[in-house]
Design a protein around this ligand. Structure first.
Ligand SMILES: Cc1cc2nc3c(=O)[nH]c(=O)nc-3n(C[C@H](O)[C@H](O)[C@H](O)COP(=O)(O)OP(=O)(O)OC[C@H]3O[C@@H](n4cnc5c(N)ncnc54)[C@H](O)[C@@H]3O)c2cc1C
Length: 478
């Protein structure tokens, strides 16, 4: 029997679709099988609160979607994608009502930083300048970099903890908190080795690309990917939970957009005991508690910079953020947690009925936690935006179990497909020169559990699909 497809992708998250598009573009026939009734995995938009209020259930701000070396070369604009760029990429408010803003313009950003002006330029100047030299290697498995000197310069700054780096570079507590705001996206304690790398990459991407989001909802990013994929002849099957690889049509290669724990439950895979043991040892990170609001007006931030920002990091001193991120790894949540807030509707009126607004926020929590932390989150926002609670028309809350029900890849509420500490940064899910391959020559992993890890960049899917091309379709490769 000839194979019905050359390759089958299991899971329609941004990585699954990146893999599917790359293979389909290269002339293969492919299909995507997705267990949910809507595609996109952790990138979907739904009316979670009231009719007409569109909320991003998972990812909401997609700088890496724009910066991704794979996605940025796709004709997604022709397939309906429109990026919205708020004036401020992200803002960090302080208790006195002032705030720091991260602008795309590095020089405008440093104007606010007083005595830390030169230090910020020293930290980010060369990184922003060299971005095009290092971005492909940053978003790839461990390999010899194309521009070793530029990459080494980045590596020297990225290897320390966020705490060490910010104490070394900055004098002012405000600048330290500002840097922590993006470093804490790592979901790691800020004294962990290499936690600085997240702050460096995310802030540099803001100075290079801003922190944009898709008009109408993050789900529209997926819509444009799918529209393009289907225009190339790719096929999508929804409501198709894959439990046994033998239930799928024949193909040369199967790419799993799943995390190790789920892959271990798939029947019919020809894995060695040793490989199974290594996948079992894979570590998951902290979870998140997520909340979405329908609002009668925009969040009434005291600071104008916050009102013009798409993302706001809350954590009023460096100590507050450090304490918050340390505690979750000891099994508890701080009373003043580090909060990530996103607001789209002030810049994108299609998100809510006329005159009304939406907001999105989460905090990090211990993996598997089911506690309701909505009061803590709302208290933190109220500190920067008095009167916020009075604007709430409705709210939707998701603890780590709700998130895992929404998408089984969010194991224990972990949004990065596994812990991203130094031991699992480039070497996920196992230490290997080819982390996308498995002992079964037909089976590959293409999810965020492979390098470069969490985020909507599609680069895990891209690299996994390149490996499939190399292993099975060398002669076809264009
Ligand atoms: C609350 C939250 C906020 C986030 N915020 C951001 C953000 O602002 N910016 C950003 O860049 N990233 C963000 N992320 C992270 C980002 O969404 C993920 O890193 C990204 O979606 C990973 O893509 P993926 O393709 O690897 O997996 P996923 O998007 O998880 O897709 C996996 C797909 O596989 C399907 N699947 C699972 N098991 C099976 C099976 N057995 N059979 C068939 N299908 C199956 C799932 O239903 C899902 O559709 C956030 C995530 C969450 C949850």
């Amino acid at each position: 029997m000839p194979n019905k497809y050359d390759a089958i992708i299991i899971g329609s998250g941004s990585n699954g679709l990146a893999a599917a598009i790359n293979l389909q573009k290269k002339g293969l026939s492919t299909a995507v099988f997705e267990q949910a009734s809507t595609p996109g995995g952790a990138t979907r938009t739904q009316e979670l609160t009231l009719p007409g209020f569109k909320h991003d259930v998972g990812s909401a701000i997609l700088p890496l979607g724009l910066a991704s070396p794979f996605f940025r070369n796709l004709p997604l604009k022709d397939h309906g994608l429109e990026w919205i760029h708020p004036e401020v990429a992200y803002a960090h408010p302080f208790e006195d009502g002032t705030s720091y803003a991260c602008y795309k313009d590095l020089f405008k950003t440093v104007e606010q930083l007083g005595e830390d002006r030169e230090a910020y330029l020293k930290l980010f100047g060369s990184l922003v300048k060299d971005w095009e030299k290092i971005d492909e290697d940053l978003m790839a498995p461990l390999r010899f970099p194309k521009y070793p000197i530029a990459f080494m310069k980045f590596g020297l700054k990225a290897l320390p903890s966020a705490r060490l780096l910010s104490n070394y570079f900055f004098k002012n507590d405000r600048t330290k908190a500002f840097f922590y705001g993006s470093a804490a996206h790592s979901t790691l304690p800020l004294n962990n080795i290499a936690s600085a790398s997240f702050g460096l990459v995310l802030s540099a991407s803001a100075h290079k690309y801003n922190w944009p989001f898709p008009k109408g909802g993050a789900g529209n990013f997926i819509k444009s990917l799918l529209d393009y994929y289907q225009s190339l002849g790719g096929e999508l099957f929804l409501n198709s939970m894959v439990n046994d690889i033998r239930d799928l049509p024949n193909a040369y290669a199967f790419l799993f957009d799943l995390t190790p724990r789920q892959i271990l439950n798939i029947k019919g895979l020809n894995f060695s005991d040793l490989y199974r043991k290594r996948l079992k040892a894979y570590k998951y990170g902290a979870g998140v508690f997520k909340i979405d609001w329908a609002l009668s007006e925009p969040i009434p931030f005291k600071s104008e910079k916050c009102r013009t920002a798409g993302t706001i990091h809350l954590g009023f001193t460096p100590g507050e953020i450090e304490n918050s991120e340390r505690r979750i790894h000891r099994g508890s949540v701080s009373k003043t947690p580090y909060v990530l807030v996103a607001q789209h509707s002030p810049f994108d009126p299609t998100r809510a009925p006329e005159g009304k607004h939406t907001a999105w926020a989460y905090i990090h929590v211990p993996n598997g936690s089911v506690e309701d932390h909505s009061a803590l989150i709302e208290d933190q926002i109220e500190r920067a935006a008095p009167g916020f609670k009075d604007t709430i028309l409705a709210r939707s809350k998701m603890n780590t179990h709700d998130l895992e029900r929404f998408n089984p890849n969010l194991v224990g509420g972990d949004i990065n497909g596994g812990k991203q500490d130094i031991t699992q940064m480039f070497t996920r899910p196992i230490i290997s020169t080819s982390p996308y391959s498995t002992p079964d020559p037909r089976v590959y992993i293409c999810s965020s559990s492979t390098p470069p890890g969490g985020g909507v960049h599609g680069m895990s899917g891209f690299h996994a699909s390149e490996k499939v091309m190399k292993d099975h379709f060398k002669d076809l490769k264009k």
